[in-house]
Ligand binder design. Structure first.
Ligand SMILES: Cc1ncc(COP(=O)(O)O)c(C=O)c1O
Length: 384
């Protein structure tokens, strides 16, 4: 099979040691051996989530964690705030509406982030709002939202704060407890360097109170079942056993490095990529004050068809990056900075990007992006 460098913001590259673990013979999940792993995994997840709350596992993709958050908290007719500044913010609205939740949608121009004051204003006007759903890193635009500031606003209200950290957890800082986040939903195939198939959610005591009053019919995603099973160090249903076992290894790697150095590592990859874009005469999509270190969305020259560029990079040169979604379709290209990606991987990605840009008729000093990134990465990493 042709080798392919995966630089998409999920799924992302899986380290070879984790691939070997994933390929090991399956074990049964109702065994002391697996229970010990589950315990280890939940403790490790609490470390990465920066929480004392329990973290529950679901065999699902990231959207499963999002849906579980909505259907456990809110009943039809309840009110919630959603923030739409990209595809994944829109997903919160869609999920809420699927359950009959009344959404107050705060629309944000793509490339910008919502301000805590905008949320405060809505919460002040309507004290019956029960939840605020936010996207930490909006993967479709490369914007990071200031969750700490929003947590300050929401904590003094009756509403709970629910954060989609599917692409951001383990990549940029998210202090669940310190920032007053009630539910954080995430998944295995981004920062955790695993295949898709496992979703996670941490649940605070404030969220549990609301869960107790929620009338939405639910079965598979019922947090109450997950909690009850966890009382016996078990899961309610057959877990994604191999991914859980792989997770023991990715958590070990993350713990060994430590969270601050991990975030600094990805920040450096992001900075190097932004420097390369600038050297190519291209802009990154988000505004400077909310640009994310999870991924870099680069705006393509007007004459370049982004869909064709992504296809050529993948099919001709074996480098897979993500194109734009929604209103950015064909207009941006997105490079991830997560999991086990390295400076070398990004330089290879930028080199391929340059090559295809040239083939498609965009002119710039050949090698300028790669050289800028190399020069940036030659600087010693700042000690954390
Ligand atoms: C921020 C964010 N939220 C939600 C999702 C949805 O996750 P999944 O596709 O795993 O269901 C993604 C996936 O890219 C994402 O980046």
């Amino acid at each position: 099979m042709k080798e392919n460098l995966l630089l998409t913001p999920g799924p992302t590259k899986i380290p070879s040691e984790i691939c070997s673990i994933l390929g090991q013979p399956i074990i049964h999940h109702r065994t002391p051996q697996f229970q010990a792993m589950l315990k280890e995994v939940v403790e490790g997840l609490k470390y990465v989530f920066q929480t004392q709350n329990d973290v529950y596992l679901m065999a699902a993709s990231g959207t499963g964690g999002m849906e579980a958050s909505v259907c456990n908290l809110l009943s039809a007719g309840d009110k919630a705030i959603t923030v739409e500044g990209g595809k994944f913010g829109e997903r919160w609205t869609e999920i809420c509406q699927a359950f009959g939740v009344q959404t107050h949608v705060i629309k944000v121009e793509w490339g910008q982030s919502v301000q805590a004051q905008q949320i405060k204003k809505v919460l002040d006007q309507d004290k019956t709002i029960k939840a605020v759903f936010i996207t930490h890193c909006e993967t479709s635009t490369g914007v990071t939202t200031d969750i700490k500031a929003i947590g300050q606003v929401v904590k003094n209200t009756n509403a709970v704060l629910v954060v989609d950290a599917v692409s951001s957890l383990g990549v940029i800082d998210l202090k669940t407890d310190e920032w007053n986040v009630d539910i954080v939903a995430s998944a295995s195939h981004k920062g955790f360097m695993l295949p898709p198939g496992l979703a996670f959610a941490s649940v605070s005591p404030k969220a549990w109170k609301l869960i107790g009053t929620c009338k939405t019919p639910r079965y598979y995603f019922d947090f109450r079942k997950a909690k009850e099973a966890w009382g016996d160090t078990d899961t309610a249903f057959t877990p994604a056993i191999s991914i859980v076992i792989g997770l023991t290894e990715s958590l070990k790697r993350m713990k060994k490095m430590g969270l601050e150095p991990l975030f600094a590592y990805f920040a450096r990859l992001a900075q190097g990529t932004r420097v390369a874009a600038k050297a190519l005469g291209l802009k990154v999509f988000p505004q400077d004050n909310c640009v994310s270190n999870v991924l870099t969305a680069i705006v393509l020259p007007a004459q370049i068809d982004g869909n064709k560029l992504v296809k050529t990079m993948r099919d001709k040169y074996g480098v897979t990056v993500a194109g734009g979604q929604g209103q950015l379709k064909g207009k941006v290209v997105r490079f991830a900075h997560m999991g086990c990606l390295t400076e070398k991987d990004l330089i290879e990605g930028i080199a391929c990007f340059e090559k295809v840009l040239q083939e498609m008729g965009y002119s710039f000093p050949a090698g300028s992006g790669v050289q800028a990134a190399q020069k940036f990465f030659e600087q010693p990493a700042v000690a954390v």
